[in-house]
Design a protein around this ligand. Structure first.
Ligand code: MN
Length: 333
């Protein structure tokens, strides 16, 4: 029996979900199963190709729903979990008892652990540490921005490698290690420790780039790093640099996409007043209420910038008129 597990790539919760789902499936469903893994990424064109679902069973964890008849297991906690109303209706009609969605969970890892315990009577106390950290990381439950940006905890060292690594065999190795080793054991292994050191140096440079490009006004920090070779960056850097802002709006560019990232400061003294997933959905993106994003084809960086500025203005509470004025000023410059 070959199980294919598709998971949210370059995401701690995605890899941890793949790990806990594998343990659950092997221990509670089928002992003789073999596992293969594939990352799923948000992109501007179609997400699911049929050849992705090439196992005897196929699972998606921590990623959007697919109505493909080849999909047999699904767990997700994202608010924007469906590509279309048809997909959502398809999920609502499902009676397999193997597809689950609950956006009230901070992490998909915790969601899988909870469903496995409640519905399948399967528990894994040795993975409690992994579940805890998936919840901290995906739910942005760090005590402060410093903890998130300075990365002293083993889980956060593994996180940096996960978010930056473009090597599929590294992700797969981490998914295997998550199933059997503690986070400090994993972080000490050379394949993590060596990558962490060079990524951390790069991370420090990224902090400097964002510091240079960021402008904070009326509770919103806006930065455009698309002219710099910054592909991924720690999403808490804006709040580490500007602790008083409530929202951040960033524009970045990689070979595969131009990206608008919209986030809220988890440590802001003023609570979040906007649902960022809903705002991004208006522009074809999505995510969570507290952090969301929109992807554009890489040649549409100008459109990404326009949308980012529009969202920043909305989050500042500026009306349509003041937005128009801003544009006029830009033109006359
Ligand atoms: Mn997640």
């Amino acid at each position: 029996m070959r199980m294919k597990v598709l998971y949210h790539g370059n995401c701690f919760d995605g890899l941890a979900s793949a790990a806990i789902f594998s343990r659950f499936y092997r221990e509670a469903i089928r002992r003789e199963a073999t596992f293969r893994y594939g990352p799923l990424m948000h992109r501007a064109d179609n997400l699911f190709h049929d050849e992705l679902f090439d196992g005897d069973e196929n699972a998606i964890v921590d990623f959007k729903y697919s109505s493909s008849p080849r999909l047999t297991w699904w767990f997700d906690h994202h608010e924007s979990a469906f590509l279309s109303r048809e997909d959502e209706a398809h999920f609502r009609r499902d009676r397999s008892g193997r597809k689950f969605h609950d956006p009230s969970f901070k992490s998909c890892t915790k969601f899988i652990a909870t469903v496995a315990a409640q519905r399948f009577d399967w528990r894994c106390p040795d993975l409690d540490e992994l579940v805890h950290w998936a919840d901290v990381i995906d739910g942005a439950q760090y005590p402060d921005a410093r903890a998130a940006v300075e990365m002293r905890e083993p889980a956060l060292r593994v996180l940096l490698v996960i978010e930056a690594s473009r090597e599929p065999h590294i992700a797969e190795r981490i998914i295997h290690d998550f199933q059997t080793k503690s986070l400090s054991e994993i972080a000490r292994q050379p394949y993590i420790a060596d990558r962490f050191q060079s990524l951390y140096r790069w991370h420090l440079k990224t902090i400097d780039v964002i510091r240079k490009e960021a402008r904070s006004r009326d509770g919103v920090v806006y930065f455009d790093v698309s002219e710099h070779p910054v592909e991924g960056y720690n999403k808490f850097i804006p709040y580490y640099l500007f602790p008083d802002v409530r929202y951040s709006v960033g524009v970045s560019l990689s070979s595969s996409r131009a990206k608008v990232s919209v986030g809220s400061n988890p440590w802001s003294p003023r609570p979040r007043a906007h649902n960022l997933a809903k705002i991004c959905e208006r522009y074809g993106g999505g995510g969570h209420a507290a952090v969301a994003a929109i992807s554009f084809p890489p040649d549409q960086i100008e459109a990404a910038r326009r949308v980012a500025q529009e969202i920043a203005a909305e989050l500042r509470g500026e009306g349509v008129e003041s937005r128009d004025e801003e544009r006029k000023i830009e033109v006359s410059e």
